[in-house]
Design a protein around this ligand. Structure first.
Ligand code: AQP
Length: 342
């Protein structure tokens, strides 16, 4: 929470860069829904401008953006209660990002692990947008003066950079204009790992589809992926410390706990001593019970994308009531001459 007197407001986003997966759901989307009931304004974004920092086929991007919006709604976000937008329809995100490109330092960006991971050894060939990604993310958050940002563990470093940008802007211009946002990284599965390798996070860009559960997977596919998930030969322990050095086992127990809204300790109290041959069908049944209604609702919503487009357009209009004045004030602080009536 900000230590200044900013009105609490929640912002978060997901990239429409491929299939929404269980990691996005447990680390982010499920948290978004929880926040919707807390009496705080909530703004959730399909961050299409972030998605194009790596190549996206235009038709696929349009489809993924609408499908992501369908996923948001199917998971429980109500467009009347939360503002749902795609980033490119609210131009103030990109406009504020330019200001932040001039506030943030090259060295800050170079330290970002996501930049290092995604650009890899071929940094000279990566897009400038991929390098500047965290400044756009800071703008996404701060253009709403958002105070709470629910995300998965992998976004912690970017959120720290958002704080650094807000602090530097406020210091440079001698103002207390942008809130210093705290990351909200909570729940049992803030870092869902690959089903094939417990040392890698579950990710849209993993080449193996067996590594992740997609929110569009049917019941048979979900069950098959869990049945084939990598594990070790030991039985499950009765206490959480027994999961140390057992990343695949920990991952499956954490997924179970998050889906069933229990703690890891509560799950282990029930399943400790069981073999994976017994636990995996339990997990598959739970995953299908929780995810199948979401995927079938997504499919239903995707039958009429014009309704999704209207929701996004309405969301953008509502969003701009917040973002346009914040951008105007930012320009004023920076010293831009404002337009006048002619
Ligand atoms: N494995 C994960 N466990 C928990 N949370 C996760 N998130 C992503 N993966 C996991 C959270 O989902 C939100 C949106 O993520 P994103 O799509 O904007 O970016 P990402 O982290 O780059 O997602 P991917 O799947 O890993 O995409 P690629 O493969 O393209 O890099 C964020 O809150 C994130 O923490």
């Amino acid at each position: 929470m900000s230590d200044t007197a900013f009105t609490p407001r929640v912002f978060s986003g997901i990239q429409p860069s491929g299939n929404l997966h269980l990691g996005n759901y447990l680390g982010a989307l499920k948290r978004f829904v929880d926040w919707q009931g807390k009496g705080v304004e909530t703004v959730y974004c399909m961050v299409d401008l972030h998605a194009i920092t790596v190549w996206q086929n235009p038709a696929d991007l349009r489809h993924s953006t609408r499908e992501l919006c369908a996923g948001f709604i199917a998971a429980g976000l109500d467009p009347e209660k939360s503002i749902l937008i795609n980033q490119s329809q609210v131009p103030e995100h990109a406009q504020l990002a330019w200001i932040f490109n001039c506030v943030a330092r090259m060295g800050w960006m170079q330290r970002m692990t996501q930049w290092k991971d995604k650009a890899g050894k071929n940094q000279q060939n990566a897009s400038l947008g991929l390098f500047a990604y965290p400044a756009l993310m800071a703008a996404d958050i701060l253009v709403y003066h958002a105070t709470h940002v629910p995300v998965g563990e992998d976004q912690k470093q970017h959120l720290e950079l958002t704080r650094d940008i807000a602090i530097k802007f406020n210091n440079d211009f001698g103002v207390d204009f942008f809130p210093v946002t705290e990351p909200v990284i909570e729940g049992a599965a803030t870092r869902v790992m690959s089903l094939r390798d417990g040392s890698k996070k579950m990710s849209k860009s993993d080449v193996s589809d067996m590594s992740r559960i997609n929110m569009t997977d049917d019941a048979d596919t979900i069950a098959k992926k869990i049945r084939k998930a990598k594990t070790d030969p030991e039985a499950l322990p009765s206490e959480a410390e027994g999961l140390e050095e057992r990343p695949e086992a920990r991952n499956l127990v954490e997924i179970y706990a998050a889906l069933n809204e229990q703690s890891v300790d509560q799950v282990l109290a029930d399943v400790g001593g069981k073999q994976f041959s017994e636990f995996k069908p339990m997990l598959a049944e739970l995953a299908v019970e929780k995810l199948a209604p979401i995927s079938s609702e997504m499919a239903r919503l995707m039958n009429d994308t014009s309704e999704i487009d209207k929701i996004l357009s309405r969301g953008a209009q509502r969003a701009r009531e917040v973002t346009a004045p914040v951008l105007r004030k930012t320009y004023d602080i920076v010293g831009m001459v404002p337009p006048v009536e002619t």
